[in-house]
Design a protein around this ligand. Structure first.
Ligand SMILES: Cc1cc2nc3c(=O)[nH]c(=O)nc-3n(C[C@H](O)[C@H](O)[C@H](O)COP(=O)(O)OP(=O)(O)OC[C@H]3O[C@@H](n4cnc5c(N)ncnc54)[C@H](O)[C@@H]3O)c2cc1C
Length: 264
């Protein structure tokens, strides 16, 4: 399948893959468009990164995506690359798959047997692997619109702006006063797929103290199973994940004191 070609073509150039047949879906108008209705945003698979970046609907209802997309590659690639391509390609260091977990997205898939819907956290099954079968097309994603009291946090460590992340965190939260009513922490570049941290649930509905954050950082370190590569060791990635967890909580609650110790 060829949508934006920004991952498929490099892989073919490098002879990593040699497909016998390529179907160009780039002109299928029904796979495009961003629509808001009934508390949901539907984003067509062929929506290009640049369209996400410039969309007023996305900025209003899913501002995490507006912030994250600026970190995806460079303008020339964002002009061609698509949301569906990024999700189907499933690079574990990609920003958009993690955003889909943080935003509790539903992935809509169509094949000869009809349409099926799958939660984003079940869609990514391994490095460059998803729940899509070869006969299926990712047609759209649906996200709940950001609620009152929604807040988001995005940060990635990368050698240069636009490079794939060494480690990153995309977060969507509901903040009520001094506490989290909901907290979805999605880490990327921490293993073979984006990870929705279970440890985050311990920060919901309770007063956040440095001691609690430190405990939760410990639990996060045990939960994550990051990899070593030429960019960073697994131990460095664990450390960076804890740093981001603390910074994220401090930023979302507007509590600089939580990060005063230089984090984790
Ligand atoms: C130099 C460079 C730097 C980059 N940096 C980043 C980065 O920092 N972060 C990041 O996230 N990405 C990065 N990318 C990748 C970029 O975001 C791609 O555009 C994206 O991953 C793939 O989208 P695409 O539309 O180009 O897909 P394509 O390359 O056309 O397709 C990719 C794969 O997805 C499948 N596919 C595409 N659309 C569908 C569909 N609708 N249904 C089912 N299968 C489909 C194809 O069969 C193919 O296997 C970079 C790319 C380059 C070349």
């Amino acid at each position: 399948m060829l949508s934006g070609g920004q991952s498929l073509m490099p892989a073919m150039n490098l002879r990593l893959i040699s497909p016998e047949l390529i179907v160009d879906i780039g002109e299928l108008a029904e796979l495009g468009g961003i629509a808001v209705s009934g508390g949901l945003i539907r984003i067509g698979a062929l929506t290009r990164h640049v369209e996400l970046a410039r969309s007023a609907e996305i900025a209003a209802h899913a501002p995490l995506l507006t912030e994250a997309i600026a970190h995806v590659a460079h303008p020339a690639i964002r002009n061609r690359g698509t949301l569906g391509g990024s999700l189907a390609h499933a690079d574990p260091a990609s920003e958009l798959p993690a955003c889909m977990l943080a935003l509790n997205a539903t992935v809509i898939i169509r094949g000869q047997a009809g349409e099926r819907r799958i939660a984003a956290q079940d869609f990514f099954t391994g490095i460059y692997e998803t729940a899509l079968s070869p006969e299926e097309l990712l047609v759209a994603v649906e996200l709940p619109v950001a609620r009152k009291n929604s807040a988001h946090y995005f940060h990635e460590f990368a050698r240069r702006h636009g490079d794939y992340a060494i480690l990153g965190l995309a977060t969507q939260a509901i903040v009520e006063g001094d506490t989290f009513a909901d907290l979805r922490l999605a880490f990327f570049a921490v293993g073979d797929r984006p990870v929705l941290a279970k440890a985050a649930t311990r920060l919901v509905g309770v007063a956040i103290t440095p001691a609690l954050l430190s405990d939760v950082c410990g639990a996060l370190g045990e939960e994550l199973d990051p990899h070593d590569d030429q960019q960073a060791s697994a131990a460095m990635r664990r450390h960076l994940a804890k740093v981001l967890l603390v910074r994220c909580a401090a930023a979302l609650l507007d509590r600089p004191d939580l990060d005063a110790g230089g984090s984790a």
